[in-house]
Design a protein around this ligand. Structure first.
Ligand SMILES: Cc1cc2nc3c(=O)[nH]c(=O)nc-3n(C[C@H](O)[C@H](O)[C@H](O)COP(=O)(O)O)c2cc1C
Ligand code: SF4
Ligand code: SF4
Length: 277
C-alpha cells in the first residue's frame, strides 16, 4: 500500500534540547506537505484525524516521554491511518517502539513503523556513556537517514521496529515503567546557583509550564517531564542537577533556538511567566 501524503499528513514532535524538533523539521521538509505541530498542541485543540500521522520524540529510560504516551493514548485516529514513530536516542532505544505499538494496539490501531535516530545525548547524570555535545558527524548521519525514512513513509512501509531489546522487550518495558515514576520527580533534583540572572528562559522553554520565576530565581512545580530543557538552555549554566558536575558542558541542537522549544508551552496554552526586568 502507498500512504497518501497530502493533504492528510500530520507530524507531531516533543523535544527538550532540539534533536527531535530538528529531525521532525527535516522530515517535514523531505515529505513536502506535512503539517508540523508539537504534541502539546493536541492536548489543547486536537486536530482532525489525518491519513498519515508521525510522531518524533526522544527516548526516555528505554521508552517514551510521559507526554508522548499521553498523546498516543488520546490523539484522534482515523480508521486505517498510517501511523509511524521516529525516536531520537543517545544510544539505547530499549523497547520504545514496542511500548508505542502497545499503546496503539490497545486503541485498536497499529504502529506501522518505528525508526530510531542516534543523536547527541542530553541526560548525562543518568548515563555518562551517552554521546555528549554537538557531535557534528552524529547529526550529519541522522540528517542523512531522514531522506530514507521519508521515502519509506511515502511508500507506506510496515513492520520496521528499531528497538534495541526486541527479544527481551518485556524487560525494557518493566525498566521503563519503573524509571518513569522516578523521572516524574526530576525537578526535585534541580538547584539554582547564585549567578542566576532571573532572565526567565528556563520557564519559557519548559514544555509543561512547570517553572515560575519567584523573586529572583526559578521555582519548580510537580509536573516535570524530565526533558532537561531548563537545565540545558539556561544561558549562564545556573541550573544544577544532582550528579552533574559543575563544569559539565550544556547541550542543545545547533539549529534550534530556545524560542522554537517554547512553542510547546505556547501551543498548550501554558502561561510563560514574564522575564525579570
Ligand atoms: C530523562 C532522559 C532519559 C533518557 N533516556 C535515554 C535512554 O534510555 N536511551 C537513550 O539512548 N537516550 C536517552 N536519553 C537521551 C535522549 O533520548 C536524546 O539525547 C534525545 O535525542 C534528546 O532529544 P531532544 O533534544 O529532542 O530532547 C534520555 C534523555 C533524558 C532527558
Ligand atoms: S534560565 Fe538560568 S539565569 Fe535565567 S532564570 Fe532560569 S536559572 Fe536563572
Ligand atoms: S521542569 Fe525542566 S526538566 Fe522538567 S519539564 Fe520543565 S523544562 Fe523539562
Amino acid at each position: 500500500m502507498t500512504a497518501s501524503m497530502a493533504p492528510g499528513t500530520h507530524l507531531f514532535w516533543f523535544s527538550g534540547t532540539g534533536n527531535s524538533l530538528a529531525a521532525a523539521r527535516a522530515l517535514a521538509a523531505a515529505l513536502g506537505e506535512a503539517r508540523l505541530m508539537p504534541v502539546t498542541a493536541a492536548q489543547r485543540l486536537p486536530p482532525p484525524p489525518a491519513a498519515v500521522v508521525g510522531v518524533v520524540f526522544p527516548v526516555y529510560a528505554f521508552g517514551l516521554p510521559a507526554a508522548v504516551e499521553r498523546f498516543l493514548e488520546t490523539m484522534p485516529l482515523a480508521p486505517d491511518a498510517y501511523l509511524f514513530a521516529v525516536a531520537t536516542a543517545a544510544r539505547t532505544p530499549g523497547a520504545v517502539h514496542r511500548i508505542a505499538a502497545d499503546i496503539l494496539t490497545r486503541r485498536g490501531a497499529s504502529l506501522a513503523a518505528g525508526w530510531t535516530l542516534r543523536m547527541p545525548g542530553n541526560f548525562a547524570p543518568v548515563n555518562r556513556s551517552f554521546a555528549w555535545g554537538g557531535d557534528g558527524a552524529l547529526l550529519d548521519r541522522a540528517d542523512a537517514r531522514i531522506a530514507g525514512i521519508a521515502e519509506a513513509v511515502r511508500e507506506g512501509r510496515r513492520g520496521i521496529r528499531e528497538d534495541s531489546m526486541a527479544p527481551l522487550a518485556w524487560i525494557g518495558q518493566r525498566m521503563h515503567h519503573d524509571a518513569q515514576r522516578q523521572l516524574a520527580h526530576t525537578a526535585r533534583h534541580f538547584t539554582v546557583g547564585r549567578h542566576c540572572t532571573a532572565c526567565g528562559l528556563c520557564a519559557t522553554v519548559c514544555p509543561v509550564g512547570n517553572i515560575t520565576i519567584e523573586g529572583d530565581a526559578p521555582r519548580w512545580g510537580d509536573r516535570c517531564e524530565a526533558c532537561s530543557a531548563c537545565l540545558q538552555w539556561c544561558p549562564v549554566g545556573a541550573i544544577r542537577m544532582r550528579g552533574l558536575g559543575a563544569n559539565r558542558r550544556r547541550y542543545h541542537h545547533p539549529a534550534i533556538r530556545a524560542q522554537d522549544i517554547a512553542e510547546q508551552a505556547e501551543a498548550a496554552g501554558e502561561e510563560s511567566p514574564p522575564a525579570a526586568p
